[in-house]
Design a protein around this ligand. Sequence first.
Ligand code: C2O
Ligand code: CU
Length: 564
Amino acid sequence: MRKLLLFSALTCSIISQAQNLIPVPDTLTGTDFNLFVKDTFHTFYPGYTTTTMGVNNSYLGPTLIFNQGDSVSLHVHNELMEETTIHWHGLHVAPANDGGPHNVIPMMTEWNPKFTVRDHASMYWYHPHLHMMTNMHATMGAAGLIIVRDTIEAELDLPRHYNVDDFPLVIQSKCFSATKQIEVDNASDSVMMVNGAVNGYLPIPAQVVRLRVLNASSERVYNLGFESDLQFYQIGTDGGLLNAPVALTRLKLAPGERADLLVDMTGMEGQQIDLLSYASELPSGTYGAAQPGMGPGQTIPGYLSNILNGANFKIMEFQIIAQTTNPVTAIPSSLITNSTWSTGDATVFRTKLFEPVNMGPTAIQGPFTINGNSFDMMIINDTIFKDAIEIWTLDNQSPIAHPFHIHDIQFYITDINGGAVPANMQGRKDVILVPPMQTVSFITKFETFCDDDGEYMYHCHMLPHEDEGMMGQFIVTCQHLTTEENEDLVFEIYPNPSNGIFEIRKNDSEVAKIIITDLSGKLIRTEFFSGEIYKIDLSNVSSGAYILTLMTETQVSSIQLIKN
Ligand code: C2O
Ligand code: CU
């Protein structure tokens, strides 16, 4: 067994202390859930009272157990002395139920989203998502887990007895002040905690156990592995099971990502084994590596003195106890059949370019932009037609890796920097770490929900990056765009091509919405008008081809515009 590293840091205070039993969050079951988000206190260190934000509990909330197909009602009571939101990370819900920055819950009020659970069996999570406040609220502890169960997963011979052979592990690095208060947004996050326990241990039985791991850290990427390189098996990704278990000795887990793991502890009763982050093996340009930027000299204040960066360190210890009755004793050879979409069926291709605002040594300190834009609550960055199958390419032209997350859907990765997708990344995902100066593409379908007034987010899940604007929003519009509808054109445009002013003529006075996108689907403009004639001014838009879509209550048509 490895010894715990003893270390010191400049900003954050660390005291060595006895091991703490890792608490496993309590569960809430049924279809009606009450969550109380509140200002509270928690004891992380004996003798110290730490101010926290909790959900029902004093640090981290209860685990919600959902069954696929159930209609659930969530009563989120905001008892904080400020606004917040609660987002169901990874769940496929309508925008009004999503809990993004637009679904603000004023203080001392209740928000009551109701939805049908449509997700595949996996572990998801909930956390605040107030614009510019996500890191603060989540780091203070207002977050919890969601486990979705479904009938396909239930038929497999897998450990699924919560806190018996199936254990959730919420991994976080934190910075504490000398008085043991949480310091948000501090790169001296040198204290590791699991489910809120510092220097923790967890008893697990000597059989095949399931570990559902969430990286709920603000920024840190882990390179998970056991002591002595014990083999483990990944059976699921963010949004569901893989086709078959994948044997691993290392697994990179970025902020927001989950991994469903099996490890066989048979015959190991009485032993201890550590879970580590082999961060010395992380490539440069990853938060957690010795060099957080690709370029030499690129630093973040407080980063280089943080002992966790670039070093292998212990996350927690497992203490192996007696077997349970009816233990699972074998790793299954296969799991489920994932059905993805064929790339040939994709009709829209979008690129999301990540860039730093500053160049040079401070580039990795942020802020960062997506397609040159910083998040603006009033701007819809993308309009997506319901049921569209799309391929998105994430192009990271910045010197640090960013974990990209998108709401509403799960996706399948199709390409990593032109190369193949490793077997353990071929499942349903909602977060993907995009390495610096590389690209990742994924395919997805925007199904089930549409709402022309309801926004979904996509953003970097490094919470300071998100809060500083590395985020965009999209709507899924209820109108379908089909070629048949184009034959029924209800409007005309004069002149086309034009130097800037296009006149739209239609034959009724119904209110209409105009959506102009470029050929990659990037939104350029939306406007509304009523009447039969309307002029749209694109003189400030660069020359080229655009798609103008006109929508009314009942009809939608598109036409290509040429701006000279
Ligand atoms: Cu986990 Cu948009 O968030
Ligand atoms: Cu980022």
